[in-house]
Design a protein around this ligand. Structure first.
Ligand SMILES: Cc1cc2nc3c(=O)[nH]c(=O)nc-3n(C[C@H](O)[C@H](O)[C@H](O)COP(=O)(O)OP(=O)(O)OC[C@H]3O[C@@H](n4cnc5c(N)ncnc54)[C@H](O)[C@@H]3O)c2cc1C
Length: 714
C-alpha cells in the first residue's frame, strides 16, 4: 500500500480507536442529550454562530469516520436549533460527512479493489455510470440500510463525487427532516428507534422505490412516443419475423420454432448468409488447400521425395464451392421448414414496427428480429472503383489465380486471405495503415505472424496508407504513403479487406427512425429504439463472429418471445459478452479469449503473465510445428484467468479449454490437475499452468519439507 494511503488509514484508525478508548460515544446518547440540553441551549443563545459551526464540525467528523451517533446528532439538530435551521445544518453536515467517508474509502481501497476485481466490477461500473444516481437515491431514501455502509461501498465504485454529494443530500432530506422534527420534541422521545413507525418506514420504502418506478415509467413513455405515429395491429399473423438468414437469423428462428412460436424467416439472397457463402466456410476451405500446398512443399523436411505442389487454382476454387454445397443442407430452407420455420425468399422491408413487406406481401408480427449482417467497407480511395476491386463477397468467383495480388488490410480477414493466396502462388503485397498486422493482438503475436508471412514471401507493408489507384498503359498501381516515403505497388487484382460495416440501409430502418450509429443501436437486452424490434449478429456488433451472432440470437429470440414471463425471474436476459473467444486462421493460428497484455495495461488491470513456448512441446516437435506459445494472464497471486492468447498450430482448438475455464471460473490449478493425453498439442495448456505453478510454489513450506526429508535420512 502506498505511504499516503497508509497514513490516511492509520489516522482514521487512530481517531476511531480514540473514540472508543475514551468512550466518547457516551456524549451521543438520548439521555446525555436530554440532560445537557439546557447547557447547550444557553451556549447556543450566547454564541449562535460558533455553536452552529461546532455542531457541523462534530457531525461531519462523526459521519466521515463512520462512527455511531449520526441519528442522535440529527435529533440534536432539532433539539438545539429548531426544525428549519436544524434541518439546514444537519442536511449539509451529513452530506459533507458522507462524501468524506466515501472519499476515504475510495482513497484507501478504491483503486486496489477496482484493479483487483476489474473484470468482475466492469458490469457494476457500467451500471453505476448508467443508473448510479437512481440506486443511490433509493438507498438514501430508505433508512433501512445503514448509511455508513452505503458511504463506504460507494467509495469502492466509480460514482462521481459530485453525483454522490447531491444525490445524498436530496435523498437523505426526507429522513433527516423526520429526525430533526423528532428532535424538537426531545422531551417526549423515549428511544431513537421509536421515531420510525412501521407506517413511516413503509412510506420511505415506497419513496425509495419511486426512482426505479419513475425510470420504468420514463421507458414506457419513451416507447409510447416512438410508437405514436403507428397504429398497432389488433392481431398478429406471427409471433416473430426474422430478417436475414445468416448465423444470427437462423438461430433466432430455430429457437422460436423450437418453443412452438409462429416464426417467419426472410432471406433475400442465400440461406446461411456470409458465414456459409462468402465468409468462414469458403475461406477455411481455401486455407485448407493452401496449407496442404505449403505442407507438400515441406515434403523433404519429413523425409519424403519432393512433390509438385503447384495448385490448379480453378480446381481449388471449385473445391471451395463443393465444401459450401456440402454444408448448405445444414442451413437450407428444407431443413428449417422441417423444423417449423416458415422460410420466405425475398427482400424484407419494415413498413411499421409490426409489419414487414416482402416484395409486395405484408406480414405482421408482435416482434421482429433484425439479423441483416454486415458488408465489406470500401474506403473512398480515388481510382479504386474505376480500376475494379474484389471483396470477400465476390472473391469466390475468381477462377484464374491473380499473378500479383494486393491485399488491403492487415486484420484477420486480410491476413487469412493474403497467406492463402501467397501459398497458392500469387505474389502478394499486404498493405496496412497501422504499424502492425492484427492490431488487436499483443505486439509479439503480430510480430510472429508477420515474420512468418515475410518468410513465406508476402511483402508486408505496415504503416502504409493507400492514397489512390492509377492505371498507366493498362497496368494497375496502388499508390501509397509509407512511413519511409511514397510507394507504388503494381497489381492484377486488389482485395479490399479493411473492415466490415453493419447493413443499415435499404430496408426501412431509416424511414421508421430506428436509432443507428456505427451499428444498429441496441440495449443490453438487444432491443432497438423500438422495444419490439430486436437485433443480433454483425448488424448490431460489437463482435463480428459467427459464434457471437448465434450467442446474441438466443438473447434476442428468448427476450422477444418471453418478455412478460421473464419479469417473473427479475427481467429479461442481459446479453453476456464476458467470455468471447476468437481465432484467426493464419499459420501460425492465433486464438484469444479474454484480455491480452496490451488491453490489461491500457485498462490498468493488475495482472501476471505466464508463457509457455510450444517449441518445448513433444507433439509440436514431432509434428514439425515447434513454434508459437501459450500466453496466460492471471490475477496477481491467484490462478484466476483473465485472458489467454495462443499462437501456433491448432490454436483455435486449444483455446477451448481456457474458454471453458474462464466461463466457469476454473483456475490454472485445476487445469494443471487435469490429465491431458500424451502426446497432444493440448498438453500445452497444462504445461502453461505448470509454468504458473512453478512461479508460485510455496517456498516456505518447501523449506520445511526439505528439513523433513533431511530428518528422515537420519
Ligand atoms: C472472409 C470472412 C471470413 C470469416 N471467417 C470467420 C470465422 O472464421 N469465424 C467466425 O466466427 N466468423 C467469421 N467471419 C464472420 C462471420 O461470417 C459473420 O460474423 C457472420 O456471418 C455474421 O452473421 P449474421 O447472421 O450477423 O450476418 P450474415 O451472415 O451477413 O447474414 C445476414 C443475412 O441477411 C440477409 N439480408 C440483409 N438484408 C436483408 C433484407 N432486407 N431482407 C432479407 N434478407 C436480408 C443477407 O442476404 C444475409 O444473408 C468471416 C467473415 C468473412 C467475410
Amino acid at each position: 500500500m502506498k505511504p499516503a494511503r497508509l497514513l490516511v488509514l492509520a489516522a482514521v484508525a487512530a481517531l476511531v480507536a480514540a473514540w472508543f478508548a475514551f468512550d466518547l460515544g457516551r456524549y451521543l446518547s438520548l439521555d446525555a442529550l436530554k440532560t445537557q440540553r439546557e447547557v447547550i441551549l444557553a451556549w447556543r443563545d450566547a454564541q449562535p454562530l460558533t455553536a452552529s459551526l461546532a455542531f457541523v464540525a462534530i457531525y461531519v467528523a462523526v459521519t466521515a469516520l463512520s462512527l455511531p451517533g449520526a441519528a442522535i446528532l440529527t435529533l440534536a439538530a432539532g433539539a438545539i436549533f429548531g426544525l428549519g435551521w436544524g434541518l439546514v445544518l444537519a442536511s449539509f453536515a451529513s452530506s459533507i460527512g458522507a462524501t468524506l467517508a466515501m472519499l476515504v474509502a475510495r482513497f484507501v481501497a478504491g483503486d486496489v479493489v477496482q484493479r483487483r476485481y476489474a473484470e468482475r466490477l466492469r458490469a457494476i461500473n457500467a451500471g453505476i455510470e448508467r443508473d448510479g444516481a437512481f440506486y443511490l437515491f433509493t438507498l438514501r431514501l430508505v433508512p433501512l440500510f445503514p448509511f455508513f455502509v452505503i458511504n463506504l461501498l460507494m467509495g469502492l465504485t466509480r460514482i462521481r463525487v459530485w453525483t454522490f454529494y447531491w444525490v445524498s443530500q436530496i435523498g437523505m432530506l426526507a429522513g433527516t427532516a423526520v429526525y430533526v422534527n423528532a428532535g424538537t420534541q426531545l422531551a417526549q422521545l423515549e428511544s431513537v428507534g421509536g421515531i420510525l413507525s412501521p407506517g413511516l418506514l413503509g412510506a420511505f420504502v415506497l419513496l425509495g422505490l419511486f426512482p426505479l418506478i419513475a425510470r420504468r415509467l420514463v421507458d414506457l413513455v419513451r416507447a409510447r412516443r416512438v410508437y405514436a405515429p403507428y397504429r398497432r395491429p389488433r392481431h398478429f399473423d406471427r409471433n416473430l419475423i426474422v430478417i436475414g438468414a445468416g448465423s444470427a437469423g437462423l438461430v433466432s428462428a430455430l429457437i422460436a420454432a423450437t418453443v412452438r412460436a409462429r416464426v417467419t424467416l426472410i432471406e433475400r439472397h442465400r440461406m446461411g448468409g456470409d458465414c456459409l457463402n462468402t465468409g468462414c466456410v469458403p475461406s477455411k476451405a481455401l486455407i485448407r488447400s493452401a496449407k496442404l500446398a505449403a505442407q507438400m512443399r515441406r515434403a523433404e523436411e519429413f523425409g519424403l521425395a519432393p512433390v509438385d505442389a503447384r495448385p490448379v487454382f480453378a480446381q481449388v476454387m471449385e473445391r471451395v464451392q463443393e465444401v459450401v454445397r456440402a454444408i448448405e443442407p445444414h442451413d437450407s430452407v428444407e431443413r428449417y421448414s422441417g423444423l417449423g420455420v416458415e422460410c420466405i425468399k425475398g427482400h424484407a422491408r419494415l413498413v411499421d414496427p409490426w409489419t414487414v413487406d416482402v416484395d409486395g406481401r405484408r406480414l405482421t408480427a408482435r416482434d421482429i428480429v433484425i439479423a441483416t449482417g454486415a458488408e465489406p467497407l470500401v474506403p473512398p480511395i480515388p481510382g479504386l472503383r474505376e480500376a475494379g476491386y474484389r471483396t470477400s463477397e465476390d472473391l469466390w468467383d475468381l477462377r484464374e489465380l491473380p499473378a500479383r495480388l494486393v491485399v488491403l488490410g492487415g486484420g484477420p480477414i486480410g491476413c487469412e486471405l493474403a497467406q492463402a493466396f501467397a501459398r497458392l502462388g500469387s505474389k502478394v503485397t499486404q498493405v496496412e495503415m497501422l504499424p502492425r498486422l492484427m492490431m488487436r493482438e499483443d505486439p509479439e503475436i503480430s510480430a510472429t505472424v508477420q515474420a512468418r508471412f515475410a518468410a513465406e514471401g508476402i511483402d508486408v507493408r505496415v504503416g502504409t496508407k493507400a492514397t489512390s489507384v492509377v492505371i498507366e498503359n493498362g497496368r494497375k498501381w496502388l499508390v501509397c504513403e509509407a512511413d519511409d516515403g511514397p510507394l507504388r505497388v503494381g497489381f492484377d487484382e486488389i482485395l479490399v479487406a479493411v473492415g466490415r460495416v453493419s447493413r443499415l440501409g435499404g430496408y426501412g430502418l431509416e424511414d421508421l427512425g430506428v436509432r443507428t450509429g456505427r451499428t444498429l443501436e441496441v440495449n443490453e437486452y438487444l432491443q432497438t429504439s423500438f422495444p419490439n424490434i430486436w437485433a443480433c449478429g454483425d448488424v448490431a456488433g460489437p463482435y463480428q463472429f459467427t459464434h457471437t451472432a448465434s450467442h446474441m440470437a438466443w438473447y434476442a429470440a428468448v427476450n422477444s418471445l418471453f418478455g412478460p414471463l421473464l419479469a417473473l425471474r427479475g427481467g429479461r436476459f442481459r446479453v453476456d459478452y464476458r467470455v468471447i473467444p476468437w481465432a484467426t486462421f493464419t499459420e501460425p493460428e492465433v486464438a484469444r479469449v479474454g484480455l491480452n497484455e496490451t488491453e490489461a495495461r491500457e485498462k490498468g488491470i493488475a495482472h501476471e503473465v505466464t508463457t509457455y513456448g510450444l517449441d518445448d512441446l513433444d507433439r509440436a516437435i514431432a509434428d514439425g510445428e515447434a513454434h508459437g506459445m501459450v500466453k496466460v494472464l492471471t490475477v496477481p497471486g491467484k490462478d484466476r484467468i483473465l485472458g489467454v492468447t495462443i499462437v501456433g498450430e491448432h490454436a483455435g482448438e486449444l483455446i477451448a479449454e481456457y474458454v471453458l475455464a474462464m466461463r466457469h471460473g476454473i483456475g490454472l490449478n485445476k487445469i494443471l490437475g487435469t490429465i491431458h493425453i500424451y502426446p497432444t498439442l493440448a498438453e500445452a495448456n497444462k504445461y502453461a499452468a505448470g509454468r504458473w505453478k512453478q512461479a508460485h510454489k510455496p517456498e516456505r513450506l518447501l523449506r520445511w519439507v526439505e528439513r523433513w526429508h533431511r530428518w528422515r535420512r537420519g
